[in-house]
Design a protein around this ligand. Structure first.
Ligand code: UDX
Ligand code: UDX
Length: 471
């Protein structure tokens, strides 16, 4: 089928590449000429594991193209995805101006053939009808087109950054919201290779369940899914904070409750909180929508509040261990909001940088994927010293906070790290390091909801400051 994807970000580029990979002809449109030129030259503007390996063959096979020309792309396509960003406004509302601009562009370029307009972007509930209205109004303003033959579908994505390719080919379900049977049939045809598990890890599984519903319910499914997952994480973080006080181990508790099939073991990893371009924005957008309709979503508000507090828990633990932080050097190990991505949007690391700086600490940071030269410096405060390696990060640090659970952090030479530090203190913000290994390497290691290990007095290279053993 002929497909156009507008917006080549973490969602649009993955969606376009995967649809080309399964055999469709895809034109990806973006209004950022630099990005389009980069992709036309065979490189990617984002990091996503496995993406380059499916983009390059699809481009060579002539099934994947990149352009800034929306009109041509629309004329040549039957299915048109809107996948531009919907960032959060300061009020918590979704910023839908990009969706509006693209919908207007689609209306201005629609041709007479039947088209399916697909909302892949996460848009406020009720947007499907709004997009339809925008397109109809844009057509009405055109002298050359009397009526257009199109329907709108809501097809929310459930892609996790870092595993977006896997999630595309191995979905738990496909959600299609529309009041048009014709549009639903077109989408089912489009997704047939995926529904039939032709590119799945386990091709023997039954076909992917398809939830066909109305536009608003499909939009709500997206928000409800993200809000539930974020709330589940805030829940286990709350349990972790109680575990800290009663001496229990939250990793054991998570295992014990996760084996209950009604709870499930996923998204029960306690840490310093959730971030990224989706959870924070989507939960605040849902809270805002509820307010628009006269309802206070108290549980969701509490989940957000608990998450904001959780991000700064690492600072509380640093204060408990090191005392005054003014003048101390703190290293942040990991910057991205999760591993296997280069995305630092709304990462907990940014909150830690600001807060530690306000307390007068010197902040250093390292991330395997974040390089100032390629990602620019606008997101990282100037006072932060970016290190080239974890060992450079460790030099003269009074403590390290592990912010992102990159797999290769578990293989670091912790004895070498400890030797370089003033005080070998590790705040393991993702409970991803083995406590015994850390203690054996000479660290005093503090987790989230886990008993601390090591001996503070043994890990101080100079005369010990006034420090206390942390529970
Ligand atoms: C996606 C979804 O669109 C969003 O709803 C979801 O909540 C998070 O994931 P994302 O892919 O992260 O957003 O957006 P982003 O990485 O910002 O990419 C959006 C792309 O659209 C950018 O490349 C931008 O240049 C492009 N764009 C934006 C257009 O082509 N036209 C516009 O008018 C605006
Ligand atoms: C999320 C949803 O999972 C995905 O379905 C949706 O389409 C987009 O938003 P993403 O934000 O890419 O995906 O990453 P995810 O793996 O969900 O992690 C989100 C945040 O939660 C990260 O900051 C991660 O560190 C944190 N997290 C995740 C936890 O703190 N504990 C967990 O157990 C899982």
């Amino acid at each position: 089928m002929k497909v156009c994807v507008v917006g080549t970000g973490y969602v649009g580029l993955v969606t376009g590449a995967c649809l080309a990979h399964v055999g469709h002809h895809v034109i990806c449109v973006d209004n950022n000429e630099v990005k389009v030129a980069l992709m036309q030259s065979g490189r990617l503007p984002i990091y996503e594991p496995g993406l380059l390996e499916i983009v390059q063959p699809a481009v060579r096979a002539g099934r994947l193209q990149f352009t800034t020309d929306l009109g041509t792309a629309i004329a040549q396509s039957t299915i048109i995805f809107i996948a531009v960003g919907t960032p959060a406004l300061p009020t918590g509302e979704s910023d839908t101006r990009y969706v509006e601009a693209v919908a207007q562009g689609i209306g201005a370029h629609l041709t007479t053939g039947y088209k399916v307009i697909v909302n892949k972007s996460t848009v406020p509930i009720g947007s499907g009808n709004w997009v339809q209205r925008i397109i109809i109004d844009a057509i009405a303003a055109r002298p050359d087109l009397v009526t257009a033959n199109f329907d709108v579908v809501s097809n929310p994505e459930f892609l996790r950054e870092g595993s977006a390719i896997y999630d595309t080919f191995n979905p738990d379900r496909i959600v299609l919201g529309s009041n048009s049977d014709r549009a639903i049939c077109q989408m089912q045809e489009l997704y047939t290779p995926i529904i039939d598990r032709q590119f799945a890890e386990d091709a023997s599984l039954p076909p992917v369940p398809i939830v066909v519903t109305d536009l608003s319910s499909a939009e709500m499914i997206k928000y409800a899914a993200n809000a539930f997952l974020a709330t589940k994480i805030s829940f286990i973080n709350e349990i972790a904070n109680i575990c800290d006080r009663v001496g229990a181990d939250v990793t054991q508790v998570a295992q014990g409750i996760g084996l209950d099939s009604r709870i499930g073991s996923k998204f029960l990893q306690a840490g310093i909180g959730w971030g990224g371009s989706c959870f924070p924005k989507d939960v605040s957008a849902l809270i805002h929508t509820a307010k628009d309709y006269g309802y206070e979503a108290q549980l969701l508000q509490a989940a957000v509040k608990a998450n904001q507090r959780q991000r700064l828990l690492a600072v509380e633990k640093l204060q408990q261990v090191l005392g005054i932080l003014k003048g101390k050097t703190i290293g942040l190990l990991g910057l991205t909001f999760k591993p296997d991505t280069d995305d630092i949007r709304d990462t907990p690391a940014l909150d830690l940088m600001v807060y530690l700086n306000r307390l007068g600490a010197k902040v250093k940071a390292y991330d395997p994927m974040y390089v100032k030269e390629t990602h620019g410096a606008q997101e990282i405060p100037d006072h932060v010293i970016l290190s080239a390696t974890p060992y450079q990060l460790a030099e003269d640090c009074d403590a390290i906070v592990l912010v992102t659970d990159w797999r290769n952090f578990r293989q670091l030479n912790f004895a070498m790290l400890a030797e370089r530090m003033t005080t070998a203190v590790m705040i393991d913000g993702r409970n991803c390091l083995d406590p015994e290994t850390m203690a054996a390497a000479g660290f005093y290691c503090v987790g989230i909801g886990r008993p601390s290990v090591g001996n503070l007095l043994d890990v101080t290279r100079q005369s010990p400051p006034a420090i206390a053993q942390v529970a």
